[in-house]
Design a binder for this molecule. Structure first.
Ligand SMILES: Nc1ncnc2c1ncn2[C@@H]1O[C@H](COP(=O)(O)OP(=O)(O)OP(=O)(O)O)[C@@H](O)[C@H]1O
Length: 307
């Protein structure tokens, strides 16, 4: 099967400013792709090109194998929840859902009702008076209720309280278990990690990381916590090892060492000392991604396009 979304060398310029540059992105059928990046990285701009809502300055996009700018039918197979919601303030919640259902040519009513119930959407209210979170819930019901083959969700839990966030993520897990493909743009790494098989990080409009979540987790920096029975290793000797990042000593006799790569050289060094204990918590994706977010350079070494 061809990819559901395929962007090749996508570039978007606004005047002299390049928001997205030479971006390649693929979403395979039945998978969840996490799309991460700092504010202004170009996520929403990319998504809008994927949907045919914005014309690329150069490069190509295929949605279900079609050009989304020319073929509107491809777009009707997508449930989209935009980052910035534009709703008709004059309508009630119920009337809004009804108008969206008409546009889509029908919905799964039982499923819609269960979404309304689980997310706590109040049907009789006017859109005008809705809080940010309630507007978001309405948009999410709208995106999901027709059981589309593809969901494109731009920061879907933005503004939701933690209980509703969690309920929505459970719904998303159920939906993806039935084979729905998802492009999930979010700032919340834990939620992306929870459901995405693959993660792409962009910064300043270009891909800096692209790979399977499990592999990225494995490659993430790991923290080793060593407690020594007597002498603590010479810190400069430790710091000279190639994989060592930050070293902290939360209390005398204990070191916390950030390490990247296979741990053997570190273990060999530590084994020269009398260890009381050595533990290594599960590698933390959050720490790894913070470095991708923060780093100012765009060295190609960060690009990890791996299968
Ligand atoms: N219509 C536009 N005209 C001019 N500049 C734009 C336009 N749309 C987006 N940009 C700029 O392009 C860059 C990328 O914006 P975009 O909204 O795609 O980022 P994002 O990754 O979705 O950010 P966030 O996480 O803050 O939503 C930003 O610098 C933004 O100001």
């Amino acid at each position: 099967m061809p990819p559901i979304i395929q962007g090749e060398k996508l570039t978007k310029r606004f005047g002299n400013f390049t928001a997205v540059q030479d971006l390649d992105l693929e979403l395979e059928p039945g998978t969840v792709l996490g799309f991460l990046g700092p504010n202004g990285a170009g996520k929403s701009t990319t998504i809008r090109m994927m949907l045919g809502l914005s014309m690329p300055s150069s490069g190509t996009v295929r949605l279900f194998g079609e050009d989304p700018l020319r073929n509107r039918a491809a777009r009707t197979r997508v449930g989209y929840s935009p980052g910035e919601l534009r709703l008709d303030d004059r309508l009630t919640v119920a009337a809004t859902l009804k108008s969206w259902a008409r546009l889509r040519g029908g919905v799964d009513e039982a499923f819609r009702d269960s979404l309304i119930d689980r997310l706590g959407v109040q049907m009789g209210r006017h859109v005008r008076g809705l809080s940010t979170g309630n507007r978001r819930k309405l948009a999410l019901v709208g995106a999901l209720m027709s059981r589309p083959e593809l969901l494109i969700l731009d920061e879907p839990t933005n503004g939701l309280d933690p209980l509703v966030q969690n309920e929505f993520m459970s719904i998303l897990e159920e939906v993806t278990a039935t084979g729905t493909s998802v492009l999930l743009s979010s700032h919340i790494l834990s939620e992306v990690e929870r459901i995405a098989e693959r993660i792409i990080v962009i910064r300043a409009g270009a891909v800096v990381v692209d790979g399977p979540t499990a592999k990225l987790r494995k490659g993430a920096a790991q923290e080793f916590r060593a407690v020594f029975a007597d002498a603590v290793p010479d810190l400069s000797a430790l710091a000279s090892l190639a994989g060592v990042g930050a070293i902290e000593s939360p209390q005398p006799g204990e070191l916390r060492i950030q390490w990247a790569g296979p741990p053997r050289p570190l273990l060999q060094k530590l084994a020269e000392y009398e260890l009381e204990s050595l533990t290594a918590p599960e590698p933390d994706l959050e720490t790894a991604f913070m470095s991708y977010y923060r780093s100012q350079d765009t060295t190609p070494a960060l690009v990890e396009r791996s299968a």
